[in-house]
Design a binder for this molecule. Sequence first.
Ligand SMILES: Nc1ncnc2c1ncn2[C@@H]1O[C@H](COP(=O)(O)OP(=O)(O)OP(=O)(O)O)[C@@H](O)[C@H]1O
Ligand SMILES: [Mg+2]
Length: 228
Amino acid sequence: MRVRSLRLEQVRKEYPLHDGTIIRVLDGINITFNTGNTVAIMGASGTGKSTLLHILAGITKPTAGAVFYDEQNYALWNAQEWQHFYTHRIGLLFQQPYLIQELTVLENVMVKGMVAGGSSAELTEHAHHLLTIAGLADKANQLPGQLSGGQQQRVALMRALCVQPDFLLADEPTGNLDPETGERMLDVLLDCQQRWQMGIIVSTHDSYVAKRMDTVLTLEHGQLREND
Ligand SMILES: Nc1ncnc2c1ncn2[C@@H]1O[C@H](COP(=O)(O)OP(=O)(O)OP(=O)(O)O)[C@@H](O)[C@H]1O
Ligand SMILES: [Mg+2]
């Protein structure tokens, strides 16, 4: 597979506060992420890790600067191009699982593939396989509300992987997991990464997660720096 990229150019993000002042969360970030590479973004709570991932995913707009997928500027996309991007190019794992409460666990994992028009039998088999490697095969026909927070987060992760995206953007994928389960999820992620040369960008507070990524960056004072 040829290398694809996600690139931020001079990205700044500011939020207005209630008292009329403005906080600058990202301050002119320039960085390129490539498929085939794995990156951890660390940094204290509130430094802007989720904001950065949401900007890469296109669900938050930067105050200034530009974002590119494969050198195509997000600002120029129409609705169809956005749909293609979300369906095929990125898998997004939010800090909260955001599962669809009315669908079963299995259906939640399959949902993006169904939107993409995949064969139902193939998708069912694939989703079952993902739930099995995530240790959740016995939960396939339950509703999300019947699962623990960590189990829901694992379902959301499998949902993000089900369509084999070019990039996985995962916001604290092990946030609700004990280290042993977290390591098992990392095994699954990195196995998928190897199989289709996906790019992974994770935000994390867990050093055991960072240790397994190729590159570790820290977000601080609106800037990203590479750890030694
Ligand atoms: N929609 C918003 N409106 C105003 N301020 C916001 C908004 N979203 C985030 N912020 C502020 O931006 C800063 C960065 O938030 P963000 O959620 O990106 O941090 P984070 O690094 O992901 O933190 P954590 O490790 O706790 O998840 C925080 O100060 C937060 O209060
Ligand atoms: Mg966050």
